[in-house]
Design a binder for this molecule. Structure first.
Ligand code: SF4
Length: 341
C-alpha cells in the first residue's frame, strides 16, 4: 500500500505561526493538494460527499493542520501516566476501531504543529514526578506512525523524550512506514509497539492499514534499530482456523526478530469485544462487514458507569488465552505478557 496522502487539507491560521505549520503548507502546495483555511477545526464543514457514508470516508482523507490549545494532558492509565497529544483521527478503516465511538462525528485527521509547547508541557509533567519515571502514550487518539512520514512529529517526540532522564514514550501502530524513525536518537526511552493479528483478521477487518507481512518486516527493522519492542494482539478473534492463523503470526515473528530483541519483548492481548453503540456504528459505516457481533453468542461484561460490553464466553476466552500464551511461551520464552483482557 502507498503511504497516506490527504485529498484535502485545512489550515488553521494560528498554525502558520509555527515552523512545522509553514513547512506542511509548502509541502502540500508542492504536492498539488487543495488547501483551505479555517478559523478552527470545529469550522471544518462541507467535507465533500453525497451522503453520510461518503462524507465519513472523505473525512478520513482530510487533514487539519492545527494548534493544540489544551496543554493539560489526559491520563492514560494503566500503561502510561499521560497521553501526549500529537494528532487525532486516522486514515485506516479498521471495522472495530475505537476512534469510531471516541471521535464521534469528527473523523478527520488533525495534526498539531506547536510541538515546542507540547514538549514544554511534557517536561513539566516529568519534573513534577521526578525521580519517578513518567510514561507518555502517543497513540491514544490516532495512529501517529501512519501520518509521521509527512509531519515527523513523532520522530521529534522520540528524540525529545530520548534526551530526558525520567521520561518514557510508547505508542502502537498498524503501519510499516518506520524507515525515517530508525535513525532517531531514542536512547532506549521509547517502546515501539505493533498491533498485529492473524493474516485473516488483517485482510478482512483492517482495510487501509499495512499488511500482515509489512508489519512483521517493520517490527524486525525497529528491533534492529535497538528500540524496546512490543506487540499488541488485538482484537483476538475466534475466526475459522484461528489457531493456525495465530501460529503463523508467531512463526513469522520468531523468524524475523533478532535474538537480542526477544529478551525484552512485551505482549498485550485483547480479545474482541463490542458495545451496542459500537455495533450500530460499525454496521452503518461498514455494512458488509463479516465481523461477528452476535450478542447471544457472547458474555456481557459489566463495565464502569453501567456501560458493559460483549466479550467471548468464559470457556472460549480460556481456550483463546491458553493457546496464545502457549505460543508466546514456545516462541518467546523470555517475553513478558502484560495482560489478557
Ligand atoms: S489503524 Fe488503529 S486508529 Fe487507525 S483505523 Fe485502525 S484501529 Fe483505528
Amino acid at each position: 500500500m502507498n503511504p497516506f496522502s490527504p485529498q484535502l487539507v485545512y489550515i488553521e491560521p494560528g498554525a502558520l505561526e509555527y515552523t512545522l505549520g509553514r513547512e506542511l503548507k509548502e509541502k502540500f502546495e508542492n504536492m498539488g493538494i487543495e488547501i483551505r483555511e479555517t478559523t478552527s477545526h470545529n469550522q471544518v464543514r462541507n467535507i465533500p460527499g453525497n451522503n453520510e457514508l461518503q462524507q465519513y470516508r472523505n473525512a478520513k482523507s482530510t487533514l487539519v493542520i492545527g494548534v493544540r490549545k489544551t496543554l493539560k494532558f489526559d491520563t492514560s492509565k494503566p500503561s502510561a501516566e499521560y497521553a501526549i497529544p500529537l494528532a487525532t483521527g486516522c486514515m485506516g478503516h479498521c471495522h472495530y476501531c475505537y476512534l469510531q465511538t471516541t471521535l464521534g462525528n469528527k473523523p478527520y485527521i488533525r495534526t498539531y504543529v506547536n510541538l515546542e509547547d507540547i514538549f514544554a508541557a511534557a517536561d513539566a509533567y516529568i519534573k513534577e514526578r521526578e525521580p519517578e519515571i513518567t510514561r507518555f502514550e502517543a497513540a491514544c487518539t490516532s495512529d501517529v506512525v501512519g501520518l509521521d512520514h509527512l509531519t515527523h512529529s513523532l520522530k521529534k517526540t522520540i528524540e525529545h523524550i530520548g534526551q530526558t532522564e525520567h521520561g518514557r514514550l510508547r505508542f502502537v501502530t498498524k503501519y510499516h512506514y518506520v524507515d525515517h524513525l530508525l535513525g532517531a536518537k531514542h536512547n532506549g526511552n521509547t517502546r515501539f509497539r505493533f498491533s498485529v493479528n492473524s493474516d485473516y483478521v488483517i485482510k478482512h477487518f483492517e482495510p487501509g492499514t499495512s499488511s500482515f507481512l509489512e508489519r512483521i518486516e517493520a517490527a524486525g527493522k525497529v528491533a534492529k534499530a535497538d528500540y524496546p519492542l512490543g506487540f499488541i494482539i488485538a482484537p483476538l478473534i475466534l475466526h475459522e482456523h484461528w489457531q493456525g492463523g495465530y501460529l503463523e503470526l508467531f512463526e513469522r515473528l520468531e523468524a524475523t526478530l533478532p535474538k537480542y530483541a526477544k529478551r525484552d519483548l512485551t505482549f498485550e492481548l485483547i480479545q474482541h469485544r463490542f458495545t451496542k453503540t459500537a455495533k450500530n456504528i460499525i454496521q452503518k459505516r461498514y455494512p458488509k462487514t463479516k465481523l461477528e457481533m452476535n450478542e447471544e453468542e457472547r458474555k456481557y461484561k459489566w463495565g464502569r458507569y453501567g456501560r458493559g460490553k460483549y466479550v467471548y464466553k468464559d470457556d472460549e476466552a480460556v481456550v483463546l488465552k491458553e493457546t496464545i500464551q502457549s505460543y508466546i511461551e514456545r516462541f518467546f520464552p523470555e517475553a513478558k505478557i502484560e495482560y489478557f483482557t
